[in-house]
Design a protein around this ligand. Structure first.
Ligand SMILES: O=C(O)CCC(=O)C(=O)O
Ligand SMILES: [Fe+2]
Length: 279
């Protein structure tokens, strides 16, 4: 059997300024599928990544006994979250915003003496978004969402093929659902094992594509329809941005090795001067 060839669809790898020179609106280049991802290699110092990992270790963040608990900013599930997840704690608004405030308190202490990785993501996003203001998502009366979230993938966990769109999935009229397009920024803090790299498909999660995802048959669909795909391999300190409305996945790793990322979601509308960031 001959292997199918897929049309080339390659990420752009450069620093944010270079990308902003190449594309007048880099996020729109992602939304339109001109590029699958923007990869900023070495955006964050690898030594600071290692220092963060040491701090997580010292605080017992990799220890399942530390997870949960009322005052804990860690929550369990298929992967551990350190921070405030809209998906996991967003249902009760008061609890969600209280949780988010604890994350806003915790992160600066966690980052003391290191480059602030959240600020770094926001700064690069600003450079990629000329003419727009990047800020943590907030309510009309100033209550803040979580600024970013660490995800700790232990053992063999991943994310099966999916898309992320609060606009399409939100059951109520929440602030971050106002944006036309949704993206993610992912900073690699610790590389996972070989085979666990994320893959982005040039296919929006709607119509037949969405059906295939819902049926758990996206892999076959992608093969049959020769959907272009791009694999994003990251080392500690690399930051990438992509359009989360395209189907993407983080496959299960082959060997058990912890993958740690700092992730944000991003809402943007071409006509809106504000860009909201949340987790
Ligand atoms: O960690 C990644 O590279 C992507 C994660 C993802 O798909 C998500 O956060 O929804
Ligand atoms: Fe996702």
């Amino acid at each position: 059997m001959t292997e199918k060839t897929f049309p080339t669809w390659s990420p752009m790898e450069a620093d944010a300024l270079t990308i902003a020179v190449q594309f007048p609106a880099p996020l729109m280049a992602l939304a339109e599928g001109q590029v699958p991802a923007l990869i900023l290699r070495g955006a964050y110092p690898a030594t600071d990544c290692a220092a963060l990992m040491d701090r997580f270790e010292e605080r017992g963040y990799f220890d399942n006994d530390t997870v949960g608990g009322r005052e804990s900013q860690l929550s369990g599930g298929p992967y551990l979250d350190l921070g405030t997840s809209l998906g996991r704690v967003g249902a009760n608004r008061d609890e969600f915003f209280a949780h988010a405030e604890r994350t806003h308190d915790l992160f600066p202490r966690l980052f003391e003496g290191l480059t602030d990785p959240v600020a770094l993501i926001y700064r690069n996003l600003s450079t990629l978004s000329p003419g727009k203001t990047v800020k943590t998502a907030e309510t009309a009366d100033g209550r803040r969402y979580g600024p970013a979230i660490f995800r700790i993938y232990q053992n063999e966990e991943g994310h099966r093929a999916h898309y992320d769109s609060v606009r399409r999935r939100a059951k109520t009229d929440i602030e971050v659902a106002r944006f036309t397009h949704q993206f993610a920024g992912i900073l690699c803090v610790k590389k996972g094992s070989v085979g666990g790299e994320s893959t982005i498909y040039r296919a929006k999660g709607e119509g037949a594509v969405e059906q295939a995802v819902d049926d758990g048959e996206f892999e076959t669909y992608a093969e049959q329809n020769t959907i272009p795909r791009a694999r994003v391999e990251l080392n500690a300190g690399d930051l990438y941005f992509f359009y989360t409305e395209n189907i993407h996945e983080v496959p299960k790793a082959i060997r058990s090795e912890t993958r740690v990322v700092l992730a944000v979601f991003i809402g943007m509308s071409p006509e809106d001067e504000e860009i909201f960031v949340w987790s």
